[in-house]
Design a protein around this ligand. Structure first.
Ligand SMILES: NC(=O)c1ccc[n+]([C@@H]2O[C@H](COP(=O)([O-])OP(=O)(O)OC[C@H]3O[C@@H](n4cnc5c(N)ncnc54)[C@H](OP(=O)(O)O)[C@@H]3O)[C@@H](O)[C@H]2O)c1
Length: 247
């Protein structure tokens, strides 16, 4: 029997923003494919609704991603590539292993998912990629995380051009601080931090409106965007003042 239920695939659904999106889309009546690594948290998520199916894999594992996502029976209408990680460098010291860990998840993990899913893309597909406002301006200790999200933003915007002929919509989401296990580790002030519920509402509203760029909280993202338009000398001075860095 044919069904009109729309399907959303969400990576990083076992925690934080992705988990909230999975819960909220299921409440709206979507069929949800919730992806993550942690089996226990994924199962707990699937137990909240019969609309949610858990799929467990490591997005950095090319073969595993292809096996789990390459053979989906139905092409998802909405794909939200949200899985991500954050690590900060210490004392201005470049640590290549740290960069590799962050890039492996945030860039290559996301690309693994796109490659595995792209043969199913059609004029009804909406591809949503989660970046970060951290990519707007240089932020202390964010050399790896910020640059990974700058790459993610560039890929999302270029894919929006290159997939337009297939009718695929591509959107970039750039959140400010959201209270999740990812930010619970931070030992610095997080201005205008919002809840996962707020983030989910903004993301879902932006997707429903077909926005190419979704960013929030808007006062925070607007300030960072304005700073990004300044000459770099002034950007650096503004960031030092904002973050209390004097050096
Ligand atoms: N929180 C913020 O303030 C903030 C701000 C801007 C952007 N973002 C972005 O928003 C996204 C979600 O972040 P969050 O704050 O919700 O973080 P989170 O609570 O730590 O959740 C991260 C999710 O990514 C999954 N993940 C990480 N590595 C993975 C891997 N190798 N394979 C499969 N799944 C993996 C995790 O799955 P497991 O736990 O099962 O491993 C988890 O479900 C990230 O892309 C992050 O960069 C967050």
């Amino acid at each position: 029997m044919m069904t009109n239920t729309k399907q959303v695939l969400i990576t990083g659904a076992s925690s934080g923003i992705g988990q909230q999106l999975a819960i909220d889309y299921a409440r709206e009546g979507w069929s949800v494919l919730g992806c993550g690594q942690n089996q226990e948290r994924l199962q707990a998520l699937a137990d909240t609704s019969d609309k949610i199916t858990a799929i467990s894999f490591d997005i950095t594992n090319y073969g595993d991603v292809n096996q789990k996502l390459g053979g989906l029976t139905n092409a998802p209408d909405l794909i939200i590539l949200n899985a991500g990680t954050c690590e900060y460098i210490e004392h201005g010291q470049i640590d290549v292993a740290l960069f590799r860990r962050v890039y492996d998840v945030n860039i290559f993990g996301m690309l693994n998912c796109i490659e595995a899913l792209q043969s199913s893309f059609n004029e009804n597909t909406h591809l949503v990629i989660i970046g970060s406002t951290a990519s707007y301006i240089p932020l202390p200790r964010a050399e790896a995380y910020g640059s990974s999200k700058a790459a993610v933003a560039y890929i999302a915007h270029t894919l929006a051009i290159d997939l337009a002929s297939k009718g695929v919509t591509v959107s970039l989401v750039s959140p400010g601080f959201v209270k999740t296990p990812l930010t619970d580790k931070n030992d610095f002030a997080m201005p205008m931090i919002v809840t996962p519920e707020f983030a989910s509402e903004k993301i879902r509203a932006g997707i429903a409106a077909g926005k190419k760029e979704i960013h929030f909280p808007t006062r925070f993202s607007f300030i960072l965007k304005c700073i990004s338009l300044l000459p770099i000398r002034m950007q650096l001075a503004a960031v030092k003042r904002m973050t209390g860095r004097t050096a």
